[in-house]
Write a protein that binds this ligand. Structure first.
Ligand code: ADP
Ligand code: ASP
Ligand code: MG
Length: 410
C-alpha cells in the first residue's frame, strides 16, 4: 500500500476556495494510486483568535483547558474538509489526535509526541482512502488533549509519515519552498532545491517558521525526506534531506531572523562559581528557554551577565531574578524588548573561514550595531536593534551572494 502524507497550513485551509485547491492536491495523489493521510492546521487566524478569546475569560488560562480550546481550530478544519471530500464521492473520514491516538507527554501547550498507534492508523485505510487528521494535537496517557506548540501541525505530519513509513511527506504552505531567507521580507530570496536536515534545523531554530523545529528533528531522526511545496502553485518545492557533498559547496545557504527576543542584563553580579547556575536553574525550572548568554570579563570580583529570552517570558524572568537578586549580588536588572536576532546559516561554514568577518562588515556598512554574537559550527547569530531586522536580513543576504544562482558543481 503506497501512502502519502500531505500537510496543509492555515492559509491553505483559510476558506472554502482554498480548501477546494487542497482537494485538488489530494485528488491528484489519490489518482496516483496512493492512500492519503491529510494533516490540517486550523483556518488562518483561528489559533490566534482562540488565544485572545481565552485571555478575555481568564488572566491565567489553565494550560490543559487552553489545549482543549486550541484543538478546536484543527477539529473544525478536518470536519469541513472531510465533508468536501465526501461530497466528491471520496471515502474519507476525520481523525482527531486522541482518536488515533497520538500519545504525547503532559506538557500542555508544547507537548512532545511519544508514540503513534500506526497499526490502528493503517487499519483505517481498509475502509477509507483518505484520512483527514487534525494537526497540532495529541493526548497524554490519561487521555487529556494536548497541543504541540505553535506550528505543530508540521510535526504531526512528519511524525505520521515516520510512523506510517510513508512513501512521501509533503508540507504544503503559502510559499513554494524553503527560501534563502523569508521571501516576504526579501524580494531577492531564492528557492532552495535541497537543504540538509541540519541546516533546516538551524533555520527553523533561528526563526524561519516555514517548518516547526520539532518537525525537522523528527524528519532527521527517522530519515523522512520532506518536500515543502505551495498549495497555490505547482512546482518541485524544496527537499529537506540528508546532507550531501553538493550542499557543502555553498559557504552560506540561508539567513533567518527572530523578532521574538528580549535582552536581560544583570549588572555587577558576583563572579564566583555557582552564580550562573543560581541564575539559570530557576529560569529553566519555569520552562523559559534562554537563548544567547554572554558574561563580561571580571572587574574586582564582579561581572555583567546578559542573556535573551522570548519576549513573552520577560516579565516572568524579571520576577524570578528579583527573588535571587541579593544572593547573586546584582546591582541592577536591565531589560530591552526592542531587539531581534539575525542568523547566517550553512553547513559549508565548516570548511570556509572568514564567514563571520563578512557578516560583521556587512552590518557595519549599514551602521547596524551588534549587541551580542553567538556561533555554532554552522551558524553565526547577531542580536541587533529590532528596527533594523529587515535591513540586516537583506544586507546579509546580498553580502553572501544568496540573491544569485549558485555556481553549478559537477
Ligand atoms: P503554514 O500556515 O502553512 O504552516 P507558516 O506561516 O507557518 O505557514 O510558514 C510559512 C511562512 O514562513 C512563509 O509565508 C514565510 O513568510 C515564512 N518564512 C520564514 N522564513 C522562510 C524561508 N526561509 N523560506 C520560506 N518561508 C519562510
Ligand atoms: N494552528 C496551530 C498554529 O497556528 C498549528 C499549526 O498551524 O501548525 O500554531
Ligand atoms: Mg506553520
Amino acid at each position: 500500500m503506497k501512502i502519502i502524507v500531505q500537510k496543509f497550513g492555515g492559509t491553505s485551509v483559510a476558506n472554502l476556495e482554498c480548501m477546494q485547491r487542497v482537494k485538488e492536491k489530494v485528488l491528484r495523489a489519490l489518482n496516483q494510486g496512493s492512500k492519503v493521510a491529510v494533516v490540517l492546521s486550523a483556518m488562518a487566524g483561528e489559533t490566534n483568535r482562540l488565544i485572545e478569546l481565552a485571555k478575555t475569560w481568564s488572566s491565567r488560562p489553565d494550560p490543559a483547558e487552553m489545549d482543549v480550546l486550541m484543538a478546536t481550530g484543527e477539529q473544525t478544519s478536518v470536519a469541513l474538509f472531510s465533508m468536501l471530500l465526501k461530497d466528491a464521492g471520496i471515502k474519507a473520514r476525520s481523525l482527531l489526535g486522541y482518536q488515533i491516538p497520538i500519545r504525547t507527554d503532559k506538557e500542555f501547550g508544547r507537548a512532545r509526541i511519544l508514540d503513534i498507534d500506526e497499526d490502528r492508523l493503517r487499519s483505517y485505510f481498509k475502509n477509507y482512502d483518505v484520512l483527514v487528521v487534525a494537526g497540532f494535537q495529541g493526548c497524554d496517557c490519561e487521555g487529556r488533549i494536548t497541543t504541540l506548540g505553535r506550528g505543530g501541525s508540521d510535526t504531526s505530519a512528519v511524525a505520521l509519515a515516520a510512523a506510517l513509513k510513508a512513501d512521501l511527506c509533503e508540507i504544503y504552505t503559502d510559499v513554494d519552498g524553503v527560501y534563502t531567507t523569508d521571501p516576504n521580507i526579501c524580494p531577492s530570496a531564492r528557492r532552495i532545491e535541497r537543504i540538509a536536515y541540519e541546516e533546516m534545523l538551524e533555520m527553523a531554530s533561528m526563526g524561519a517558521k516555514v517548518l516547526q523545529i520539532r518537525s525537522v528533528e523528527f524528519a532527521k531522526k527517522y530519515n523522512v525526506p520532506v518536500y515543502v511545496r505551495s498549495t497555490f502553485t505547482d512546482g518541485p518545492g524544496t527537499l529537506v534531506t540528508q546532507e550531501d557533498e553538493s550542499m557543502e559547496a555553498a559557504m552560506v545557504s540561508g539567513i533567518a531572523y527572530d523578532k521574538d527576543q528580549a535582552r536581560v542584563t544583570l549588572v555587577d553580579v558576583y563572579d564566583e562559581p555557582g552564580i550562573a547556575a543560581k541564575i539559570f536553574e530557576p529560569i529553566a525550572a519555569a520552562g523559559i528557554v534562554v537563548d544567547m548568554i554572554v558574561q563580561n570579563p571580571s572587574r574586582e570580583g564582579r561581572t555583567d551577565m546578559t542573556f535573551t529570552v522570548p519576549k513573552g517570558d520577560i516579565d516572568k524572568t524579571v520576577e524570578i531574578i528579583s527573588k535571587i537578586k541579593g544572593e547573586i549580588g546584582a546591582k541592577e536588572v536591565l531589560t530591552d524588548r526592542n531587539v531581534s536576532k539575525v542568523s547566517v546559516i550553512g553547513v559549508g561554514m565548516r570548511n570556509h573561514s572568514g564567514v563571520a568577518a563578512i557578516a560583521f562588515s556587512a552590518l557595519k556598512n549599514e551602521n547596524i550595531n551588534i549587541l551580542i554574537i553567538s556561533t555554532s559550527e554552522i551558524k553565526i547569530s547577531c542580536l541587533i536593534e529590532e528596527k533594523y531586522t529587515e535591513l540586516a536580513v537583506r544586507t546579509l543576504h546580498e553580502a553572501f551572494g544568496l540573491d544569485k544562482e549558485p555556481e553549478k558543481t559537477c
